[in-house]
Design a protein around this ligand. Sequence first.
Ligand code: GLN
Length: 293
Amino acid sequence: MPETDPVEISFAVALAAARDDLSGQMEAGRDAEILLGHAAGVSRSQLLAHPERLLTLEQYGVFRNMLGRRCNGEPVAYLTGCREFWSLPLKVTPATLVPRPETESLVEQALILLPPGDELEVLDLGTGCGAIALAIAGERSHCRVTGSDVCEDALRVARENQDRLAVENIEWAQGSWYQAVAERKFDLIVSNPPYVADGDPHLEQGDLPHEPALALVGGKDGLNAIREIVDGAPGHLNKPGWLLLEHGFDQQKSVMELLIAAGFAKVCGHQDLAGIPRVVSARLRTNRDTDND
Ligand code: GLN
């Protein structure tokens, strides 16, 4: 039989079997639809609108292979090679963390601090696939955004995303945290750093075992990278410059204390859309700040 001949398996039958295979996993139905749409080269809505359409043998093979890997815990975004963030279709690979919806709260807070039209310098430390940097650069065309990462493979993905989205006001820098940017100073530094504690059981669950530990694990209390970023920030911020950090659900108080101890003013915690404390913003103290700020 030629490879493109249809086997007698319709979208509806393939989906029902896949939902069964994935049952017990969160979002089994959604994952099955995304994977089948990817294998068949159609959108999720086309898939649901035409349940009677037949898969080719090749499409069915691709779908079953992806399903097997999903059953072993591989993130859907690594199987399809893409994930949407801030409405941007982004390429992701196992060299990059899969962008999370909660990180959109970090972008929202950054945009509040970046008035449209102002020509400001923004740094996204540990940019991964470039999600935060690309979202900010797209919303604030007057800003000049730099995305840094220690991992060259991640930066390659970020550059590809930039090319595909045709975002011009962005550049990339390779290096560990501030080593990537030498003596440069910025008006706003933003980061979603690794913040999960070593040995946290959550690292063994869901998609996390397949994601880069470098982008997830932040030492004994999860705060190693955050400490390094906070300590180096005063040397890399213009006055008055802002630092914005994503953190774990139970870390907000500690992150706020680190920022106050490092001489920041206007230290403020924010929640994500699920109501979980997720982001802290702080401004470098200027001579005009009082102790109450
Ligand atoms: N929010 C991620 C998780 O816990 C962790 C991301 C990170 O360490 N920056 O699944």
